[in-house]
Design a protein around this ligand. Structure first.
Ligand code: BEZ
Length: 191
């Protein structure tokens, strides 16, 4: 599958007739909401875990030196914390463009702290997309992203902003916090 997912996302008919819907954010959407929304609230989804396994050619890296950003990997029993945005479908023109580097829209069930669960959408970059980088030890991911940079800024800042946003939500994520720990140690050592 090509990394450019704009056309494929347009063909996906989920919630085509809905006036509004819930979108689950687990990566940059948590700390960078550059789109209009009707409501925003903490949420989680089940059966998926956050991993820095997706290559970023267009935001936190380049074609020559891709960054590593978050995607979701299926894992039985896992729970992924994030933020839900209640949006109108026209927002997808912007989001499909922003997240065109391998991310496809999937349906999922969102669980909220303060209201009944609801079905919604989530963007996921699966291993079929050509920008997918795959698994690596957290220490290696920290060393990899330390000096990567793209049009949206430093890869290390993406990781730190995500970790800070998860802490603000009161959400724990072993994978993200372990990468952050290695990254801070590398920075402390001036490497
Ligand atoms: C998210 O934060 O949910 C997200 C991450 C990457 C691409 C699209 C959405």
């Amino acid at each position: 599958m090509s990394a450019n997912t704009i056309e494929e996302n347009k063909q996906r008919g989920h919630f085509a007739d809905a006036d509004s819907l819930w979108l689950f954010g687990y990566g940059s959407l948590i700390f960078k909401a550059d789109f209009p929304y009707l409501d925003k609230t903490p949420a989680h989804i089940r059966g998926w875990t956050r991993r820095f396994w997706q290559g970023s050619h267009d935001h936190r890296g380049t074609h020559e030196a891709p960054g590593r950003v978050a995607t979701l990997i299926e894992q039985a029993g896992a729970l992924c914390h994030g933020v839900a945005y209640h949006i109108t479908p026209d927002v997808f023109d912007h989001l499909d463009y922003r997240e065109m580097n391998g991310y496809l829209r999937f349906t999922t069930t969102l669980t909220f702290q303060d209201r009944p669960a609801a079905d919604g959408l989530v963007y996921i970059a699966t291993e079929e997309n050509t920008a997918f980088l795959g698994a690596a030890p957290e220490r290696d991911i920290a060393a990899y992203i330390q000096h990567k940079e793209g049009p949206s800024g430093r890869n290390a800042d993406y990781l730190k902003d995500l970790a800070a946003a998860l802490r603000a939500l009161g959400a724990h994520d072993d994978h993200v916090f372990e990468i952050e720990g290695h990254l801070l140690a590398l920075e402390d050592n001036g490497r």
